[in-house]
Design a protein around this ligand. Structure first.
Ligand code: HEC
Length: 187
C-alpha cells in the first residue's frame, strides 16, 4: 500500500508542481510590484515635507499619508497592504502576526549574517492566500524620527511622545531593518 502510494505520488507530483510553481512565481512578481510601489512614494513625500517644515512637520506623512497611499494601492490592485515591525510605533496598525513576525526575525538574522537588507523578501502561499513581505531598511533620512532617542530633535521627540506614548521605534542605525511592507491577496 505504502509503495503504491509513493508510486502514485511520484507519478502525479511532476505534473502538478510546474504549474503550481508558475502560479506562485506570477503571484510573487505581482506581490513584489505592489510592495515596491509605496516606499519610494513615501520617501519622496517625506523628503519634500522635511525640507518644507522640518522632521516634526513631516510626521503626518508617516502617520496619515502612508496609510492613505496604502489604501489607494489596495483599491487599485486588490492586495491588502500594511507596514509591520518587531518594534512598533503605532500599536494599532503595525503589530505583526505570527507569519510576519517569523519573517521579520529571519530578515534580522540574515542581515546580521551579511545579506543586503534591501534584498530581503519572502513570498508564500498560505491557505487560500498569497502573502509577501519585503524588508524596509533604515536609511539616513529615517534617523530623524527612528534614530537613537538622544539624537532626535526636541520638537520630534515632543510630537512623537504625545502621539505614541509606547513608541518602541527609536534607536535604529542605518542598514538595520525598521520593519516590512506586508501584502496579501486571496487566491
Ligand atoms: C518625519 C518622521 C519620520 C521619518 C523621517 C520616518 N518615519 Fe517611519 N514612522 C513615523 C511615524 C510617525 C510612524 C507611525 C505611523 C502610524 O501612526 O501608523 C512611523 C511608522 C513607520 C513604520 C510602521 C511600523 C510602526 O512602527 O508603526 C515603518 C515600517 C517605518 N515607519 C519605516 C520608516 C523608514 C524605513 C523610514 C525612512 C525611509 C522612516 N520610517 C522615516 C515617522 C517617521
Amino acid at each position: 500500500m505504502k509503495t503504491l502510494l509513493i508510486a502514485a505520488v511520484t507519478l502525479i507530483v511532476p505534473f502538478v508542481t510546474p504549474a503550481a510553481h508558475a502560479a506562485d512565481d506570477a503571484m510573487l512578481g505581482e506581490a513584489r510590484k505592489v510592495a515596491t510601489t509605496l516606499p519610494p512614494k513615501l520617501l519622496a513625500s517625506l523628503q519634500e515635507e522635511i525640507k518644507k517644515s522640518g522632521p516634526e512637520g513631516a510626521i503626518p506623512v508617516c502617520k496619515d499619508m502612508a496609510p492613505k497611499m496604502a489604501a489607494e494601492i489596495s483599491q487599485q490592485t486588490g492586495w491588502k497592504i500594511k507596514r509591520v515591525s518587531l518594534k512598533v510605533r503605532n500599536e494599532a496598525r503595525a503589530i505583526p502576526d505570527e507569519w510576519e513576525k517569523a519573517a521579520l526575525e529571519d530578515f534580522d538574522k540574515r542581515a546580521a549574517a551579511g545579506e543586503s537588507p534591501a534584498q530581503l523578501e519572502k513570498g508564500e502561499k498560505i491557505g487560500n492566500e498569497y502573502r509577501y513581505v519585503k524588508a524596509l531598511p533604515v536609511q539616513p533620512l529615517c534617523l530623524q524620527c527612528h534614530g537613537p532617542a538622544d539624537q532626535l530633535s526636541p520638537a520630534v521627540k515632543s510630537v512623537l511622545g504625545k502621539l505614541y506614548p509606547n513608541d518602541q521605534a527609536t534607536g535604529y542605525s542605518v542598514g538595520q531593518i525598521r520593519g516590512a511592507i506586508s501584502v496579501r491577496k486571496p487566491l
